[in-house]
Structure formats: structure tokens, C-alpha cells
Design a protein around this ligand. Structure first.
Ligand SMILES: Cc1ncc(C[n+]2csc(CCOP(=O)(O)OP(=O)(O)O)c2C)c(N)n1
Length: 279
């Protein structure tokens, strides 16, 4: 399969951001900041990394992607639609009664591996999947995306110990390291101190990268695959609200959707960015 070039993927990431904003604006509620911050990570995963087949979403040999920070699902839904798991038109029913695209992901929608939204659980489930793949002699890899605020949860660190204990080198965690959470800056809500050292001390291979640089993300995923007998965590520096100037780095945009005038302004900014990339 030929892989898209980097310019195509940068354009794709902007189209996905535009879809995310439209979904949220139509829903009138949802998580704007944390959805926009994960878009480039998802693009790198779904267009370079994951072995999957949108036409056969439950193919047993597929890699698994778990969105542990479930509130960012508008971004995942938009990527899944672009990949052909379901129709793009379905996106506009986000959070509507009867829609499979709820405000937090639920199994039943093609491409969704776990229901999530209660933070802190994804890594434990990823451990189980990684152990199961090992038992079945499959070369399946498991990817689990968490928020930095989410890693305040004690369960994450129990799971981190377990993954190192079982030497789960088929497991790769990614941290959306945007330094904000629901109420403000992570370091003010609960400072996690020497964050990378914490993961290292728990026995993980740690990679630090720019979570908005798709090529660097790809290189990080390639690096993770070379590591033996240890799980890998990619700490990806991101900006909450990335791509929309008045949303970037603003905690108050954690859990609100753009109103129609804000949506128009945001789309204008992203269209300007598209023009810059297209030169
Ligand atoms: C167990 C649990 N506690 C609290 C919440 C409420 N909550 C939703 S999002 C959020 C902040 C998460 O911060 P982070 O993981 O950094 O997400 P991001 O800022 O990237 O959106 C919180 C506390 C939750 N969903 N689950």
C-alpha cells in the first residue's frame, strides 16, 4: 500500500479539524480543546502506523487503538470517517439521540475498540490486549492514547507497573501532553513533577516528541517497534485547541462547543492555514 506524503497528511489534519469543529458546533456541546490537540497524533497513527482494514474492522490480526481520553472522540470519529469506517455524513449527528456517535465512545461503532470516558482505564485494557496477543502468537500491536491530566489517575500507574512487569513490548502508550486539563494547568491541579523520569522509573522506554509534527510522530512509532522487553510511552508535546487561535491553550475551551460565529471564525483560520500548506 502506498503511503500518503506529508503534505497530503497536513492537509488531511486540517480537514479533520474542520470536521471536528462542525460536529461540535452542530451538537452544541462537547470537548473542543482536547479533540483538536490529538488530531496530528491520530493522523500519524491511522495513516502511517496502524495495520487495520476499515472494510473488515474486526479482523483478528489488526492493531488496536484505544482512546483512553474518551472525551476527545470527535477527533477519532472524524478520522474513522475519513478512513471509511462509516459515512462522513454520520458525523453531523454527534451527541444526537439514537446516534452511534455519542459524546464518549461506545463499542458498536466500527473502529471503536473500547467504551471510554471514565478516565484512567484504557491502559489496563491495553495490557490485557497486549498479553492476549502474546498468548495467541500474534504480532498485533496495541496503542493507547491518554491525556496528561488523565495520568493523575492511580489506575494508570498500576497499569504502568503491570506492563513493565510483563515486558509488554507490543504496547505503546501515547500521552497528549498539552499541559492543561479540565480546570486549568496540570501543574496547578496536581503537579506530576519529573514526568518523563516517572515513566522511566516505572520501567518504560520513553520517547519525547512534538505531537503536532506528523513526521516526528512517525519516527517515534518506528523507534517504539525496535524496543524489546519493555513497553514504550511517547510523550507528545501538544497545544490544547491546536489550530484555532482563540481556543489554543485556554482551559475554558475544555468542555464547550463553538457557537456558529466562532465556528465561522475558526474555519476561516483553518482555511488560511490550508492555503499556506498548499503553496
Ligand atoms: C474518572 C474520571 N474523573 C473525572 C472525569 C472528568 N474529566 C473529563 S476530562 C477531564 C480532564 C482530563 O484532562 P486531560 O487528560 O489532560 O485531557 P485534555 O486536557 O487533553 O482534554 C476530567 C477531569 C472523567 N471523565 N473521568
Amino acid at each position: 500500500m502506498t503511503q500518503p506524503d506529508i503534505k497530503e497528511l497536513k492537509i488531511k489534519a486540517i480537514e479533520i479539524r474542520k470536521d471536528v469543529l462542525k460536529m461540535l458546533m452542530l451538537a452544541g456541546s462537547g470537548h473542543t480543546g482536547g479533540s483538536l490537540s490529538v488530531v496530528d497524533i491520530l493522523v500519524a497513527l491511522y495513516y502511517y502506523e496502524l495495520r487495520n482494514d476499515p472494510k473488515n474492522p474486526f479482523w483478528p490480526g489488526r492493531d488496536r487503538f484505544l482512546l483512553s481520553k474518551g472525551h476527545a472522540c470527535p477527533a477519532l470519529y472524524a478520522v474513522l470517517a475519513q478512513k471509511g469506517y462509516f459515512n462522513r455524513e454520520d458525523l453531523w449527528a454527534l451527541r444526537k439521540l439514537g446516534s452511534k456517535l455519542q459524546g464518549h465512545p461506545q463499542v458498536g461503532l466500527p473502529g471503536i475498540e473500547i467504551s471510554s470516558g471514565s478516565l484512567g482505564q484504557g491502559l489496563s485494557i491495553a495490557n490485557g490486549m497486549a498479553l492476549s496477543a502474546r498468548l495467541d502468537n500474534l504480532d498485533t500491536r496495541i496503542y493507547c492514547l491518554m491525556g496528561d491530566g488523565e495520568t493523575n489517575e492511580g489506575q494508570v500507574w498500576e497499569a504502568a507497573m503491570t506492563a513493565a512487569h510483563y515486558k509488554l513490548d507490543n504496547l505503546c502508550a501515547v500521552i497528549d501532553f498539552n499541559k492543561l486539563q479540565i480546570d486549568g494547568f496540570c501543574c496547578e491541579v496536581k503537579d506530576m513533577g519529573a514526568y518523563l523520569d516517572k515513566w522511566k522509573s516505572f520501567g518504560w522506554h520513553v520517547i519525547e516528541t512534538d505531537g503536532h509534527d506528523i513526521e516526528k510522530l512517525k519516527a517515534s512509532f518506528d523507534n517504539a517497534k525496535t524496543v524489546k522487553a519493555k513497553p514504550t510511552v511517547i510523550v507528545a508535546h501538544t497545544i490544547k485547541g491546536k489550530g484555532v487561535s482563540f481556543v489554543e491553550n485556554k482551559a475554558e475551551w475544555h468542555g464547550i462547543a463553538p457557537k456558529s460565529d466562532e465556528y465561522e471564525r475558526a474555519i476561516k483560520e483553518l482555511d488560511e492555514e490550508l492555503k499556506r500548506i498548499d503553496i
